[in-house]
Ligand binder design. Structure first.
Ligand SMILES: *[C@@H]1O[C@H](CO)[C@@H](O)[C@H](O)[C@H]1NC(C)=O
Ligand SMILES: *[C@@H]1O[C@H](CO)[C@@H](O)[C@H](O)[C@H]1NC(C)=O
Length: 257
């Protein structure tokens, strides 16, 4: 049974690598300036830690299983994960998540090719779940609406939640004049009912480090740019439980020479 499991793992590791969409800034042009909101607990918050490291954990756990076979206990598995990576944080997340789910379920979760980081960290009990959450944009501004090419543009918005929000994501995407897709996904931690604001800056100067042989480089030509921000429960677009779109806002700015 373990042999076939390992075969499945070999096949899936490729798929994990291809499918993952880590919750990190994907575009160097988009930056959050508003401090991520945080309330309540004073201690270390493991939810963002788990999301930041999920990719490494999945990779290392699958590597360990390929190399050593399926281990007997969470402790055995996670001790190897910790010594292989030299990271106490990864060791802790592995141990806590594996103990919470049980070894079999933990390996099954690692083995799912299409897990998204929020769902994965919710399953392991690091991130809170709220399926009755809501959020609606109250204001959305793109400033300035017209700017010289190379300027910084600020996206300012406020949203209101009546029931609080689940652990979620905010995606900002820009339709560019040269059709290079630009977007960034940002973690939005679960919040209590209230009014929240955030600010994101867009740098409209071409990235000198962008290598056109490796990726499409945004040129920031003259013209109109459409901006969309989507607020989601869970990862936007995920088909896993605890995922939904709360609200969407649109705006635009134009660049001139
Ligand atoms: C708030 O939660 C209640 C249940 O607790 C639900 O009936 C209601 O639809 C939720 N409101 C929104 C705006 O989602
Ligand atoms: C922005 O949206 C407008 C109206 O929806 C559309 O006509 C225009 O082509 C869009 N701009 C870009 C760069 O996609």
């Amino acid at each position: 049974m373990y042999k076939s499991l390992i075969l499945v793992l070999v096949v899936l590791i490729g798929a994990v690598a291809a499918d993952k969409r880590p919750l990190k800034l994907q575009s160097s042009h988009i930056q959050r300036i508003g401090k991520p909101l945080h309330q309540g607990n004073v201690g270390l918050d493991w939810c963002p830690q788990c999301i930041d490291t999920w990719d490494d954990i999945v990779q290392v756990v699958l590597d360990v299983i390929l190399q050593y076979g399926v281990l007997d206990t969470c402790g055995d598995l996670c001790a190897i994960v910790e010594s292989k990576t030299g990271s106490g944080v990864l060791g802790f997340i592995c141990n806590f998540g594996c103990d919470f789910l049980g070894l079999d379920e933990f390996i099954k979760l690692m083995n799912k090719a299409d897990i998204d980081p929020i769902y994965y960290c919710e399953k392991m009990n690091f991130c809170p779940i709220n399926d009755n959450g809501d959020a609606k944009f109250k204001s959305f501004a793109v400033l300035p609406a017209r700017a010289k090419m190379g300027s910084k543009i600020a996206i300012d918005f406020v949203y209101v939640s009546k029931n609080g929000t689940g652990t979620g994501e905010m995606i900002l995407s820009i339709q560019t004049v040269d059709k290079v897709p630009l977007s960034a996904g940002l973690l939005v931690e679960a919040q209590k009912p209230g009014t929240y604001g955030d600010r994101i800056a867009i740098d409209t100067s071409p990235d000198p480090e962008c290598d056109p042989t490796e990726s499409q480089c945004e040129e920031w030509l003259q013209g109109v740019y459409n901006v969309t921000v989507i607020l989601c429960n869970g990862q936007c677009g995920s088909h896993h439980p605890h995922s939904a779109i709360y609200d969407t806002a649109h705006g635009s700015f134009s660049l001139y020479e």
